[in-house]
Write a protein that binds this ligand. Structure first.
Ligand SMILES: [Zn+2]
Length: 310
């Protein structure tokens, strides 16, 4: 190789490496949206059909496919089947969230009873073409004894299920509950302060779990945020998506996020559960000073909402 050619390719290689680094630095965080507990309840000024349609319209506008985790008892009706069918027909992933939404860590819930409750949900979700064997534990509780945790893991494997975990856990349901109460008292109440709190809360949690992921995994995975099929999300999901985009996060399909092998990690902790990132951080033993339990709950958000008069 002549000297000039050699220098030319060297310069190109260095430029490429620099561009590669810059690309890695600037690569957008990815976020997929997952919705639990679809139900045929009405909300502040919205019928369940409007709640459903608004959510689907917001996802369609953002051109992303979400995951819907179905709890059988909430949709075990003609209306309920119509509700889930709309998500299926729009190409969203359908997962299982059990039939009865049992608290697995409760002493009253046995391993056998919990397994039976998952199987009871199958006829309700298997009918949909977009159904995938992804199981989301109610309350993100995966077992507080070795027998329960490992028993359920073996059961899921035997039945071909993966665990439908989320990296970004949150308490949107608690804010939704407060907003509904306010609306019931005063149908003309200004609901924007609830929107602002919700947007701030989800952004805060996304940043936290992303920071924790980078410290635990050394990288930022394709995130999944836990949200609920609720009037709050029906009203403000477009704002939430716009907020993520505005902060440089890229909305992605839930199936793309769940393709990341990190979702198949089986953290060796007891009690097991919470956000996937929380559980992986706990397993290292290095983050005990900063990990609260449970990872997310209304007890953390209620004082903040009280202070704001929400
Ligand atoms: Zn749930």
């Amino acid at each position: 190789m002549r000297r000039r050619e050699f220098l030319g390719s060297l310069v190109a290689a260095v430029a490429c490496a620099a561009a590669g680094d810059a690309f890695a630095e600037e690569r957008a965080r990815q976020i997929a949206f997952t919705f639990d507990d679809p139900k045929t309840d009405s909300g502040p000024g919205l019928t369940w059909q409007q709640v459903n349609d608004n959510l689907l319209a917001a996802l369609d506008k953002a051109n992303v496919k979400a995951a819907l985790f179905v709890t059988g008892m909430r949709v075990d009706s003609e209306d309920g089947r119509k509700l889930v069918a709309k998500w299926n027909d729009a190409g969203h992933l359908i997962g299982s969230h059990s039939y009865s939404h049992l608290f697995f860590d409760s002493k009253k819930v046995t391993l056998a009873g919990f397994e039976a409750d998952l199987l009871k949900n199958e006829p309700l979700v298997e009918r949909y073409s977009q159904f995938q064997k992804l199981f989301r534990f109610p309350f993100f509780k995966e077992g507080n004894t070795k027998e329960k945790r490992d028993g359920m893991r073996a059961f899921l494997k035997e039945h071909g299920y993966r665990i439908g975990r989320a990296t970004v856990d949150a308490s949107d349901w608690a804010i939704d509950g407060r907003m509904r109460k306010r609306y019931e008292k005063d149908a003309k109440a200004d609901l924007r302060p609830y929107r602002d709190f919700y947007l701030q809360h989800i952004w805060d949690r996304a940043q936290y779990y992303d920071s924790l992921a980078q410290r635990v995994l050394g990288r930022s995975p394709a995130h999944t945020v836990l949200l609920h099929h609720s009037p709050m999300n029906a009203m403000f999901l477009p704002d939430l998506i716009a907020q993520f985009k505005g902060k440089g996060w890229e909305p992605v399909d839930a199936a793309k996020a769940f393709a990341d092998p990190v979702y198949d990690r089986q953290p060796d902790i007891l009690p097991c559960g919470e956000s996937l990132i929380w559980a992986l951080a706990k397993e290292t033993g290095k983050f005990d000073a900063e990990l609260r339990y449970p990872g997310e709950d209304d007890v953390y958000e209620n004082p903040k909402m009280d202070a704001l008069g929400l």
